[in-house]
Design a protein around this ligand. Structure first.
Ligand SMILES: C[S@@+](CC[C@H](N)C(=O)[O-])C[C@H]1O[C@@H](n2cnc3c(N)ncnc32)[C@H](O)[C@@H]1O
Length: 228
């Protein structure tokens, strides 16, 4: 049996036991195949917008003998699936802006019993802001390090409450709370990017001052971490 890397393992750990899963942007379908092999789910749809990745998914499903549990679907986002198909929806390894677009046009996700497991590769701050401002609650957020890179995974569901999103929250979400090395390392990496951004800001402006305040705060949260 194959293992998952830290990033996909963290996503898998947030899937509820015995549910139906949709893995959007599945590529090789490692995650749904692993969940099926480990008896963790009732069924899964491995969805991708491109034929090539879906072919990879199909051969991986066949190779592991889980075709009775995992089916492939050619779908742009969730367009070809319906609410009854999935309890837990995973979107991992795609950009934050794309994830926002796919959530926003799928009305049936706005239902309290659906769990979204989201792992943005880029622009996580855009995704967090969208979730806050559009009635999705982040119930849990965890960070991991995989092949030297830091990732965050969020477990969310819709509760209809629109929340204000501070700049701090948009960049680090719930991660300042848990104090784990992985979370501190994620904050450290984000802060390095903010420090670069600060160098392009004019000193004395409002933007400069608020960015500097954020950086000082994040320095505190990530004390003791170095990128290596
Ligand atoms: C980098 S792979 C991520 C694979 C896997 N989810 C992971 O995290 O390891 C991104 C996949 O998303 C798919 N994708 C991109 N846009 C999509 C969309 N609009 N709907 C469904 N899949 C999409 C790509 O074809 C690709 O296979």
């Amino acid at each position: 049996m194959f293992g998952l890397d830290e990033r996909l393992s963290l996503c898998a750990s947030l899937v509820r036991s015995g549910v139906s899963v949709a893995d959007i942007g599945t590529d090789h379908a490692y995650l749904p195949v692993w969940l099926a092999l480990n008896g963790r789910i009732k069924s899964a749809l491995a969805c991708d917008v491109r034929i090539g990745p879906l072919d990879n998914a199909k051969s991986n499903i066949e190779k592991n003998g889980v075709g009775n549990i995992v089916k492939t679907v050619l779908s742009d986002g969730l367009d070809e699936i319906v609410s009854d198909d999935a309890d837990d929806i995973i979107m991992a390894g795609m950009g934050g802006e794309l994830i926002v677009k796919l959530i926003d046009r799928t009305e049936w996700l706005k239902c309290g019993d659906k769990n979204l497991i989201l792992q943005p590769m880029t622009r996580a701050e855009v995704l967090r802001r969208y979730l806050c401002e559009n009635g999705f609650a982040v119930k849990e957020e965890k960070a991991c390090i995989s092949l030297g890179k830091s990732y965050s995974v969020m477990l969310c569901s819709y509760d209809g409450i629109r929340r204000e999103c501070s700049d701090e929250y948009s960049y680090i979400g719930e991660l300042a709370k848990d104090g784990s090395y992985e979370s501190k390392r994620y904050i450290y990496v984000i802060n390095e990017k903010l420090k670069k951004k600060l160098r392009g800001c004019k000193e004395g402006t409002e933007d400069y001052t608020s960015l500097l305040q954020l950086i000082e705060k994040f320095d505190g949260y990530s004390r003791g971490v170095s990128e290596k």
